[in-house]
Design a binder for this molecule. Structure first.
Ligand code: C6P
Length: 410
């Protein structure tokens, strides 16, 4: 608890104006952070300041505003490089989010390489964003999707992973932290095993980047994807990290401005990395806001955030386990960030509505991970997901609101 004791959650909360809101006359308890976190004033101000003082298109103008915007935009890429410990700045590609990052790899890396008989290996705990792009590319190429099963606790069956990984496997794509179960997967072990037979690995880091320190070089990940809006940055922006050697070999994903060196009707030469993958005017404010978010998160420290959130998770797990008729879905030994649960007598959507009446925001549904719901035989779950600004007292409010819901439906 030593880290947690030094952790100044009150001053962190002061940076998030929306947390002062009341919902239905009750103080907001925001526990829908897995869907999207809230933004600190530092991020809001960076975007406001850009539009008020520096805004113009980037990489296109000699005038002062364009140069100022370009500098802020390029600085953001440097910040993101540091955030994930990439070897170089041009390994950071800005996309619209995790979803686009994975689609980019599916279409630009996998599609040209796959043929009938090849396999893509994913797991049963993937978000739809890490299932459907592979189904599409399999339809396009005749390759097959293979799925690593999960245990009742919500852990990957690693012996099955070892059996399914073969010379037919052309890519492994695995979620770092499951958005529906909270399981932290042994991605380093997976990467090492895949590399031992020359297979590259994409890691879906959408739920990991906000919660645990990520070092793509230590992991030796070939691709790593995450979204701005889950790391306290704006919506509509995200990152694809890719190893330089792989990105260099990949054809552009989209054509347009900024991704070319020269264009004529006889042919076009493509720009260097990272611009080759960033066609068109980018999400300038989004990228600059993401840079401010990364600064903010690093100032607090992901180690401290992880320790604080781990404390919340343990406290919430113990509290929720005491509630009769509540079943936690996903009890992996290594968990982070969230708790999914169901109640015997109440549908998750009713739980969500009842909790909202108490000011508590959670997500109820299939969390864009329908195969997991099917695996556990539930139509949906209720999910409380944590962020750096949540408190132990908010967990008490959550538990009381659940008890009240059970009584109402009894
Ligand atoms: N999960 C949730 O409530 P985008 O939408 O591109 O920013 O992120 C997609 C995505 C990919 N992988 C994982 C593990 C995710 O959790 C998400 C987004 C949100 O769980 C919205 S469905």
């Amino acid at each position: 608890m030593s880290n947690v004791a030094q952790y100044d959650v009150v001053s962190i909360r002061n940076d998030f104006p929306i947390l002062e809101r009341s919902i239905h006359g009750k103080p907001l308890v925001y526990l829908d952070n897995g869907a999207s976190v809230q933004r600190p004033v530092q991020v809001i101000r960076a975007i406001e300041q850009l539009y008020q003082e520096n805004y113009a298109n980037v990489h296109r103008g000699v005038h002062t505003l364009s140069q100022e915007s370009t500098r802020l935009f390029d600085d953001a890429r440097v910040k993101v490089r540091g955030f994930i410990h990439a070897a170089c700045v041009h390994e950071v590609i800005f996309t619209s989010g995790t979803t686009e990052s994975i689609n980019l790899v599916a279409q630009s890396y996998a599609r040209p390489r796959l043929q009938k008989g090849d396999e893509i290996l994913i797991t049963h705990m993937e978000h739809h964003s890490n299932i459907v792009p592979w189904q599409i590319v399999c339809e396009q190429t005749g390759a097959q999707l293979k799925v690593v099963p999960i245990s009742d606790k919500g852990e990957l069956e690693m012996d099955r992973f070892a059996e399914l990984l073969s010379e037919k496997t052309k890519l492994v794509s695995v979620v770092h932290i499951s958005n529906a179960l909270g399981t932290v997967n042994p991605v380093k072990q997976i990467i090492d095993a895949a590399h031992a037979i020359g297979v590259p690995v994409l890691v879906d880091g959408a739920q990991a980047a906000p919660h645990i320190p990520v070092d793509v070089q230590k992991l030796d990940a070939d691709f790593y994807a995450f979204s701005g809006h889950k790391v306290y940055g704006p919506t509509g922006v995200g990152v694809l990290y890719g190893k330089e050697a792989l990105l260099k070999e990949m054809p552009p994903y989209q054509g347009g401005g900024d991704m070319i060196l020269s264009v004529s009707f006889e042919g076009t030469t493509y720009n260097q990395l990272p611009y080759k993958f960033e066609a068109g005017t980018p999400n300038i404010a989004g990228v600059i806001g993401l840079g401010a978010a990364v600064d903010y998160v690093q100032k607090i420290g992901l180690g401290a955030i992880a320790a604080h959130e781990h404390g919340l998770l343990e406290y919430a797990t113990a509290k929720l386990r005491q509630i009769n008729g509540l079943r936690i879905i996903g009890e992996a030994d290594q968990k982070a960030g969230l708790i999914s649960f169901v109640l015997d007598a109440v549908h998750p959507h009713d739980i969500g509505t009842m909790l909202d009446a108490e000011g508590v925001a959670i997500r109820a549904g299939h969390h864009c991970a329908q195969p997991i719901m099917e695996r556990y035989g539930v139509p949906a779950t209720a999910r409380a997901s944590f962020a750096m600004y949540n408190t132990f007292q908010e967990i008490d409010v959550l538990a009381e609101a659940i008890q009240k819901t059970i009584k109402m439906f009894a």
